[in-house]
Ligand binder design. Structure first.
Ligand code: AKG
Ligand code: FE2
Length: 624
């Protein structure tokens, strides 16, 4: 470590403590919200006056494993027992090297990012201005009233880390840049969230924005660069979420082997590339599947017993399908793949119990780095792959250079037939009234799905789209209306998200993006037009797999603005929110597209199957 770093280390906050408390407040949801993620745990430690104080740890159910992974990651970097995460002592922080400090900071940033995500999910909840007179009108859990300190904390972390900047290291340099960018984003988001508003509004009040001096030079638009966050928050998600040695005992292993041996004729009939398969329970279909018709629709005795052992360890898991792979010798292989079929229920785990000889399974990162991790899987063990691991890693079994005798892998999944048709909408205030399910004002039972409120582009979660037949992304207005927003950068960030979604979702998923809806503001429409130009260019030329909604009907032919009948009735000066007629029309446009009716002159299925870019018509708003 350089002398400079040593000296600076003394400046590092001397009494850093990361206090993470967890308490359960299960029904913190706002009235009228119909989000699926129904329970929140929000807690803040605010009694430490250090840069790391006031860490808001918001744990929505769906973020739990991310939070746990980040905690584990921080602890392993700092060489602290994970049970002691609640008190990462000043000494631990002082004694770790610069890179570890960065890891710590990025971990904390990740937690803050998540908290921010949850803050915006708790609709109507705003971060309070210090001493704001609006405070009592805001729908804020009291514990959040300390939040302004978060911003101060971030600045302090940043300032402190800057002193540690090791100018010789490119990696450190890159990490700093990423941290700086993240901090900037967080600061903007926090200040935006802090603006007073009614608790039922979902986006900040309209601010006039200067007319941008953009020139539309589509020909010069470079294909979007891919946003690479690997290495920023040192990827906490492992290729397998856990590996348990000696998961079953000898007698269970023997019983299973005997049972599977008795099915050798069935395995012989179902030879896939390099190995053989049989299945039980629900049908599980994947490309090239030979055992998509199960031998039995229920689990036979030894398999049911094994499923019971897994259920005892993972009581929340649902298992209804079992695929058994047989590898007879060292030449048997399993081609590289991910189990990310739409039929595998979103968020469910895949459990793999091994019987017989030890075997290497190779996991390969899907981020283009080609990084590989080889895990030696022993007989009687179990490894668990999360849905997230399927989006980030592929896996395979290569021929073994040394001898390998018979091995069975018994894999359990939760598959759904109905899930095949489900739709996910990640959208902002204008989609927040759209509802799935039955009853008035919903899409109806024939279009099941889930809606996530995601106010900003950065909050869109590509991984949450996996497993859905239809993916609808509707976001961007909040990003471009920030006075200092760089519209091109906003478009690039949305495109990066779309890029990722189209990479990790099955090719049979329909991916649909909304351009930014017209508003009642000429200024804002100028920005929206530029944003949409870039988006259309991407879906037309770069990624024709993505379908685009057509919003021209929302325009008033005379003014080129959002037509009055579609805008907000209650507040005519509201430039961006749709009224009930607008919301109804938006829902029709989405359903038309999902149903595969002719849109843009083509059926959606054509778009899905298309490999080559084909120019589509002009999607620009007809403003003049
Ligand atoms: O045999 C193994 O360990 C892997 C099996 C697998 O990846 C699968 O069945 O999808
Ligand atoms: Fe697999």
């Amino acid at each position: 470590m350089s002398q400079e770093t040593k000296t600076n280390e003394q400046n590092f906050p001397p009494t850093c403590s990361v206090q993470v408390t967890e308490h359960c407040t299960p029904n913190d949801q706002p009235e009228g919200s119909n989000e699926d993620n129904s329970s929140f745990q929000v807690s803040i430690s605010s009694h430490y006056s250090t840069p790391f104080d006031c860490i808001l740890l918001a744990q929505a159910q769906e973020l739990r494993s991310d939070v746990d992974n980040i905690k584990l990651n921080i602890c392993s970097q700092l060489k602290v027992d994970s049970g002691k995460f609640a008190t990462v002592t000043p000494t631990a922080i002082k004694n770790c090297n610069t890179l570890n400090k960065i890891t710590l900071a990025t971990g904390l940033l990740a937690l803050l990012n998540m908290s921010e995500k949850v803050c915006s999910t708790i609709s109507g909840c705003r971060l309070p201005e210090a001493d704001t007179e609006h405070k009592e009108n805001l729908d804020i859990p009291t514990s959040m009233s300390q939040l302004p300190t978060v911003e101060a904390s971030l600045q302090a972390i940043h300032a402190s880390l800057l002193k540690h900047k090791d100018k010789d290291s490119k990696t450190v340099e890159r990490m700093f840049k990423s941290i700086e960018e993240q901090l900037e984003d967080l600061r903007v988001s926090i200040s935006q969230l802090r603006k007073p508003r009614k608790s039922d509004a979902s986006t900040p009040d309209f601010l006039p924005v200067p007319v941008p001096q953009f020139q539309l030079q589509l020909d010069n638009f470079n294909p979007p660069h891919r946003v690479d966050t690997s290495g920023l928050i040192s990827e906490p998600t492992p290729c397998t979420s856990s590996y348990l040695n000696e998961f079953i005992d000898d007698s269970m292993s023997e019983e299973l082997k005997e049972f599977l041996d008795s099915h050798s004729a069935d395995f012989d009939r179902n030879t896939e590339r390099g190995h053989s398969v049989v299945s039980f329970g629900q049908p599980y279909v994947y490309p090239g599947a030979k055992a998509s018709t199960p031998l039995e629709s229920t689990f036979p005795d030894p398999i049911a017993k094994l499923a019971g052992i897994i259920k005892a360890k993972y009581p929340d898991s649902i298992i209804n399908q079992c695929l058994v792979n047989r590898y007879i010798d060292e030449n048997a292989v399993l081609p590289e793949h991910s189990d990310n079929e739409i039929s595998v229920v979103h968020g469910s785990n895949i459990f793999t119990v091994s019987i017989g000889d030890t075997c290497d399974v190779t996991f390969k990162k899907k981020d283009g780095s080609n990084e590989e991790v080889v895990k030696s899987i022993k007989g009687k063990s179990m490894y668990v792959m999360s849905r997230d691991s399927q989006s980030k890693w592929s896996h395979r079994i290569d021929p073994s250079p040394t001898s390998r005798s018979l091995r069975y892998s018994i894999t359990f999944r939760y598959v759904s037939k109905n899930g095949n048709e489900a739709t996910i909408i990640q959208g902002d205030s204008n989609t927040r009234h759209l509802k799935f399910g039955s009853g008035k004002g919903t899409f109806g039972d024939r279009l099941p799905g889930k809606r996530l409120l995601r106010y900003t582009i950065d909050a869109i979660e590509p991984e949450a789209c996996i497993g859905y037949k239809n993916v609808v992304i509707h976001c961007g207005i909040n990003d471009i209306r920030r006075p200092q927003a760089d519209v091109r950068d906003c478009a690039t960030r949305l495109i990066a998200k779309l890029d990722k979604i189209s990479r990790i979702c099955k090719s049979s998923s329909k991916i649909i993006v909304s351009p930014i809806l017209p508003t009642k503001s000429q200024h804002l429409n100028e920005r929206a037009k530029l944003f949409n130009h870039l988006l259309f260019d991407y879906v037309n030329r770069v990624n024709p797999r993505i379908g685009c909604l057509d919003f021209n009907n929302f325009l008033d032919a005379e003014t080129g603005l959002l037509a009055n009948q579609y805008g907000s009735y209650r507040d005519r000066s509201d430039a961006i929110h749709l009224g009930s007629s607008g919301i109804f029309t938006l829902s029709r446009v989405i359903v038309e597209k999902i149903r595969g009716n002719l849109v843009d002159g083509r059926l959606f299925s054509h778009v899905v199957n298309l490999n080559i870019p084909t120019p589509r018509g002009n999607h620009e708003y007809h403003h003049d």
